[in-house]
Design a binder for this molecule. Structure first.
Ligand SMILES: [Mg+2]
Length: 183
């Protein structure tokens, strides 16, 4: 478990939605001016397709190369909390300007529905082990906020990001303000 000498909160970061606004509509593309389109073939994707007897084709991701610097400028310890797991370090970090980050690994049956809460919720709360965290994800619902409120000792911000838009300046402001208030 990584620890921080400064005691900064964790920022548990999803890829698809916050960094890769996969649901952006064609007519909204002007918002994506600052993004670059990449086609990548993550090991995890190849393995999951192979398990179903399907040959994986490359995934298209749109990434903003300025997001890394913006995230590193926040008073958090960044952690990947994404189905990309270690592929995020290999394929996302270099394209947004992030260093290698700690990775939350998920149980094998990770994407099964879990009583109306997100499949990541229980596991990332266990991983945080009481440390304050902000979780940034397009899949967060009120049921997750309620579950975390009852099962996590430290402060927590569950911040939903619209997968049609991705992270914006407003999101960075919310995260910065929350960290300042949580000190
Ligand atoms: Mg997502």
């Amino acid at each position: 478990m990584p620890t921080s000498p400064k005691g900064k909160p964790l920022l548990l970061l999803d890829v698809d939605g916050p960094l890769n606004p996969f649901a952006a509509k064609r007519f909204r593309r002007p918002r994506l001016r600052e993004y670059a389109t990449h086609r990548v073939l993550p090991d995890g994707w190849v393995a999951s397709r192979a398990a179903r007897g399907i040959r994986a084709t490359p995934l298209r991701v749109r990434l903003n190369p300025q997001h890394g610097a913006a995230l590193l400028g926040l008073p958090f310890d960044l952690v990947w909390a994404t189905a990309w797991t270690h592929d995020a370090n290999a394929m996302i970090s270099p394209r947004v300007g992030l260093p290698e980050l700690p990775v939350i690994e998920w149980p094998a049956a990770m994407e099964a529905a879990q009583d109306g809460i997100h499949w990541k919720t229980r596991h990332l709360v266990a991983w945080a082990a009481g440390r304050p965290f902000a979780w940034v994800d397009d899949g967060i619902q009120d049921s997750d906020r309620a579950w975390v409120g009852e099962n996590h000792i430290g402060a927590a911000l569950l911040h939903h990001v619209d997968p049609r838009i991705g992270l914006t300046e407003q999101d960075f402001t919310i995260l910065r303000d929350w960290a300042a208030a949580a000190e």
